[in-house]
Design a protein around this ligand. Structure first.
Ligand code: AMP
Length: 191
């Protein structure tokens, strides 16, 4: 069993790397952003609420996200562990998550931080807007708000996981394949 958290600003490349790493090590890729986008597309009750926050680049309330993740973890079977991508995103989520993990006897092995400068983040997010037609990447003020939300609410998790001795920082600038190899080198040393 191996459980990882992928941490990093929007546009840091968490999603692309998480998909590849999940495939290589047979991990369940649990992306809260993907789950929410799926709910929005299906126009579920949760999706209708989520859309109001996502369109503005705001984070959803912690209790909604925690409940959603807890349900998802229970659903998933047949994998060697999890990659949590885009979760937790606040100290409150991380604290509640630690309690949840304790109670279901799951342990986070490492938190992979993909480190990318703000200029490159904005450039990547603007490109993604065109490629993926994501509403939350389509407007520079929404993109900037997502980065502000990250810096204010999510970046404090770097210290949170440093204190738990779980943080591993990876340079997130460069070729996708090179960054992938850097991550696998770290994971392979741990297995
Ligand atoms: P992402 O694809 O991870 O960038 O997520 C897209 C959007 O979904 C975010 O801008 C938030 O509105 C929402 N979201 C995803 N994960 C979370 C989370 N852990 N907590 C709160 N909101 C989230």
């Amino acid at each position: 069993m191996m459980n990882l958290i992928f941490l990093g600003a929007p546009g840091a490349g968490k999603g692309s790397q998480a998909v590849k790493i999940a495939q290589k090590y047979n991990l369940a890729h649990l992306s809260t952003g993907d789950i929410l986008r799926n709910e929005v597309d299906k126009k579920t009750e949760l999706g209708i609420i989520a859309k109001q926050y996502m369109d503005k680049g705001e984070l959803l309330p912690d209790d909604i996200i925690i409940k959603m993740v807890e349900n998802k973890i229970k659903e998933v079977k047949g994998f060697n562990g999890f990659i949590f991508d885009g979760f937790p995103r606040t100290i409150k989520q991380a604290e509640d998550f630690d309690k949840m993990l304790d109670s279901i006897k799951i342990r986070i092995d490492s938190v992979i931080l993909l480190d990318v400068s703000k200029e490159i983040l904005i450039e990547r997010l603007s490109k993604r807007a065109v490629l993926e037609n994501r509403k939350d990447d389509s407007d520079i003020s929404i993109i900037e708000n997502r980065i502000v939300q990250y810096l204010q609410k999510t970046a404090p998790l770097i210290d949170y996981y440093k204190k738990q001795n779980k943080l591993i920082k990876i340079n997130g600038i460069g070729l996708i394949d090179d960054i992938f190899i850097a991550i696998t080198n770290i994971i392979d040393k741990k297995i």
